[in-house]
Each structure stands twice: as structure tokens, then as C-alpha cells.
Design a protein around this ligand. Structure first.
Ligand SMILES: [Zn+2]
Length: 187
């Protein structure tokens, strides 16, 4: 069995918010999420109303603006550091207002991908449960359900957890989804 990829080390969250590396990572994670949300919005709009509807133009402009912002970040920090930042645990998340009175959407960055995070009703055995849906590209085997169990242990139904971690002898090993939610203090 391979060793889980998530590294155990001091968290960037513990650094001062003014720390330059922490700030760069946070900007990179936010920029990446905004870009992926704009891509998903555009695809949904084009599928719903067609390529030439004003709504599609609106979302295309939003996508272009997000891409320009991402390019400015890349010019400022370089492509390599931006990629490194995506491998860090989430330092930030985004909340987007739900339409027509629906609850806000919450997005978190996990290893370079943006996931919609929804708290779902827990059970007696698993009181804390989250549903994670990857935006772009969508997961073929998702969404994933990430839980804190009553006995304090945690589990996820992704392939990494199911086939590597659950069968390994490493205590308290976590997949990237568990690590991300724990880093945010949500699990
Ligand atoms: Zn997982």
C-alpha cells in the first residue's frame, strides 16, 4: 500500500496573516477558485441558453476577467510558485450568494481543484457530514461524502481513502478531502 500523499507538517494557517508566502498562497487559491467558478458558470449558461444569449455573454466576460486576474497573478509570482500554492492546505474559501433566495454556495480549494462544500445532515454514528462536489472537471465517481464519526475518527468515500487509507495500518491517516476540511476547522 502506498503512503497517503498528504504531508504532516506545520500548517501555513499558523503563520501570521501578513506573512508573504501565506498571502501569496491565499491569493493563488482564491484566484484559482474564481477562475474555476467562472468556467463552470459559463458552461452551465451556454448549455441552458445557448452561445449567443446575453446571459452567456455576461458569463463569458466574467470568465475573461477571472482569466486576466489569474494571468496577472502568474506574472507577479511566476507559474511555479502558483502551482506550489495549489498543493497547500486551504487557507481560504469563497461564499457565493445563492440565487432566488437559496442558501449561499460555499467553495473550497483542494490540491488545485475547486469543490463545492455542503454540510449535510449527520447521523448518530456520523454526526458531522459534508458533501464535496468538484466543479471543473466534474468528478466521475463523486460527489464525495466526508464524515467525522461519533468515536472521533474520520472517513471519506473517495478512492484514495477507500482503497489506500482504510486498508493501511497508519493511524489517523487522511485523504486530501479530510485534510482540507480539517485545516478549515470544519470537521
Ligand atoms: Zn477523500
Amino acid at each position: 500500500m502506498s503512503v497517503p500523499r498528504v504531508r504532516k507538517r506545520a500548517s501555513l494557517c499558523d503563520r501570521d496573516p501578513s506573512d508573504p508566502f501565506r498571502q501569496a498562497v491565499e491569493l493563488a487559491q482564491r484566484g484559482r477558485m474564481i477562475l474555476e467558478i467562472s468556467l463552470a458558470d459559463l458552461e452551465a449558461a451556454e448549455a441552458a441558453v445557448g452561445l449567443f444569449h446575453p446571459t452567456a455573454w455576461h458569463f463569458r466576460n466574467a470568465r475573461d476577467e477571472a482569466r486576466r486576474a489569474w494571468d496577472r497573478l502568474r506574472a507577479q509570482y511566476g507559474a511555479g510558485p502558483l502551482e506550489v500554492a495549489q498543493q497547500e492546505l486551504p487557507l481560504t474559501y469563497l461564499t457565493v450568494d445563492g440565487r432566488s433566495g437559496r442558501a449561499p454556495f460555499v467553495f473550497i480549494p483542494i490540491m488545485g481543484h475547486t469543490y463545492r462544500a455542503e454540510r449535510v445532515e449527520g447521523t448518530a454514528l456520523a454526526p458531522i457530514q459534508w458533501r464535496l462536489t468538484r466543479l471543473h472537471p466534474p468528478l466521475e465517481d463523486g460527489p464525495y461524502y466526508v464524515c467525522r464519526l461519533r468515536d472521533g475518527s474520520s472517513q471519506c468515500d473517495c478512492a484514495e481513502w477507500t482503497f489506500e487509507i482504510a486498508e493501511s495500518a497508519t493511524p489517523h491517516a487522511v485523504c486530501k478531502h479530510l485534510a482540507a476540511l480539517s485545516a478549515l476547522g470544519w470537521l
